[in-house]
Design a protein around this ligand. Structure first.
Ligand SMILES: Cc1cc2nc3c(=O)[nH]c(=O)nc-3n(C[C@H](O)[C@H](O)[C@H](O)COP(=O)(O)OP(=O)(O)OC[C@H]3O[C@@H](n4cnc5c(N)ncnc54)[C@H](O)[C@@H]3O)c2cc1C
Length: 451
């Protein structure tokens, strides 16, 4: 817990780097030790080293420190997890959100995906916004920030946001809602009591810790928690990409470019005229295999570098540079839940309406201009209890999964999972036993659109 004094010291520390020193000032020799002091070695809770027994590496059995107890534990701070945490907190629950990296947004921000698809449908009357509720509120808040988002607002779709603005707004919204946040923590196991999930074990710099909770929402994208809990699921092989951004694109010299390879700008728009983002399909691979992830990351980085070097050779493109590559590798799919309901692409194309719908996603290219019901059953495991899935790891057949993993539908399933978790706590029910009508009423109150 940070004391008032240490908080003041912390804020003073922020000021040293950013505000007190005049712009351009380097830290001189006399300042190099600023903020450095020796502290007593903390009593980090360690289980002791692993040992070799009969030629096998064995982790000793040990008690795990319980860091906190909460009502709703959301694991994974991508778009689905953030919206789930907000929905549960706004419904009145104590919520803890745990994320393995240092920022929110997952693939949308750290993965530099940026463009939010499947938010609207086009009808004869014009564009209808399907993704409303907290997801849309987030997009609207980005609109209020200079350079936060483009193509957001009446008559527009496929908004593209700035990753830093998105990380910032997400964190602000979570703090405003009173969500307990823990970053730099990797979920490694589920805590089970017979068939019920009772919490999650995390690894962190301060060693392993557990958080116990009434309901857990798995928003890891990869279903890490439900897999650990033994929930039935499907594994996927998919393409893995590494998205990047280009800078100085507004400095492309069109007079020279026209004489060379043409004036078409590389990549796609961002809120900044000088910056474009470039998607990558990438090779197929097992997104849960660490060697595949390593190789894809290394190969992807080399490919992007060479691509940008080649671009710089084109007449007029000399000033373009590689602004950044995604810090989170582009995992499209690894696990999807076997849910109480497994929505299929065929059903979606027939416009199937579900009795247990928790909102609709927009059509986009993938479903033509059909709005798409997302059924609650796609979030609920067949057997394991006190657990819900959100985002790209919910249930769907192999084609439908490619729709449900788009950011628009992930915002919808995230809000549904958070609201359902809150309701389950309030009614002292298992998620599978919730009255769907009550869940729908809560979601409507939170602004969700049901088509
Ligand atoms: C290359 C690529 C291009 C895409 N293009 C588009 C596009 O143009 N438009 C579109 O709408 N969608 C696109 N998508 C899909 C979309 O970006 C994602 O499916 C969506 O953002 C998923 O959101 P999520 O919150 O479910 O998962 P994620 O964004 O993956 O978030 C999961 C979060 O959980 C954290 N996490 C994971 N495991 C653990 C763990 N064990 N412990 C703790 N935290 C954990 C992660 O760090 C992450 O923050 C694309 C995807 C890729 C890969």
């Amino acid at each position: 817990m940070r004391t008032v004094d240490s908080r003041r010291e912390f804020l003073r520390g922020l000021a040293v780097g950013s505000m007190v020193l005049p712009a351009g000032t380097m830290l001189g020799q006399e300042a190099i030790h600023l903020g450095s002091r020796v502290v007593e070695a903390p009593n980090v809770y360690r289980s002791g080293p692993a040992v070799i027994e009969n030629g096998k590496v064995v982790q000793p059995r040990h008690e795990i420190r319980v860091l906190s107890d909460t009502e709703v534990l959301v694991v994974g701070g991508g778009c689905a997890g953030v919206i789930a945490a907000l929905a549960a907190a706004r419904a009145g629950q104590r919520v803890t959100l745990v994320e393995r990296y240092g920022c929110f947004g997952g693939l949308w921000t750290a993965g530099l995906v940026l463009i939010v698809l499947a938010t609207h449908v086009k009808t004869q009357a014009g564009l209808t916004k399907c993704v409303r509720g907290i997801g849309d509120e987030l997009l609207q808040r980005l609109l209020a920030i200079k350079g936060g988002i483009i193509n957001q607002g009446p008559g527009m779709r496929n908004p593209t946001s700035d990753p830093e603005a998105t990380k910032y707004v997400m964190a602000e919204m979570l703090r405003e809602a009173g969500v307990e946040i823990l970053l730099h923590s990797w979920a490694v196991n589920a805590i089970m009591q017979s068939n019920d999930v009772k919490g999650v074990v995390f690894e962190s710099k301060s060693s392993s810790y557990a958080i116990t909770s009434r309901i857990v929402v798995d928003a890891t994208g990869d279903g890490d928690v439900y897999a650990a809990a033994g929930a039935e699921h499907v594994r996927h092989i998919h393409r893995i990409g590494l998205v990047h951004r280009l800078g100085n694109v507004d400095r492309i010299d069109n007079s020279t470019a026209a004489a060379g390879a043409g004036t078409r700008k590389p990549g796609a728009v961002t809120p900044h005229p000088s910056v474009r983002w470039v998607n990558m399909q990438g090779p197929q691979g097992d997104c849960l295999d660490v060697k595949t992830l390593t190789q894809t990351e290394l190969d992807g980085r080399r490919a992007v570098w060479q691509q940008v070097k080649a671009l710089q050779q084109r007449p007029g493109h000399e000033q373009v540079f590689l602004l950044d590559t995604a810090s989170q590798l582009g995992i499209r799919a690894s696990r999807t839940l076997k849910g109480l309901v497994v929505p299929t692409y065929e059903e979606a194309m027939k416009g199937k309406r579900y009795r247990d719908s928790v909102g609709v996603g927009g059509g986009g290219d993938f479903l033509g201009e059909r709005a798409c019901d997302i059924p609650y059953g796609a979030l609920v495991p067949v057997k394991v209890d006190n657990l819900l899935a959100a985002g790209r790891c919910i249930a769907g057949d192999n084609l439908m999964m490619n729709y449900l993993r788009l950011i628009g539908p992930c915002l919808v399933s995230g809000q549904a999972a958070g609201a359902a978790a809150a309701l389950a706590v309030q009614r002292r029910r298992r998620p599978r036993d919730l009255e769907v009508v009550q869940l729908q009423a809560l979601l409507k109150k939170q602004g969700v659109h049901f088509g």
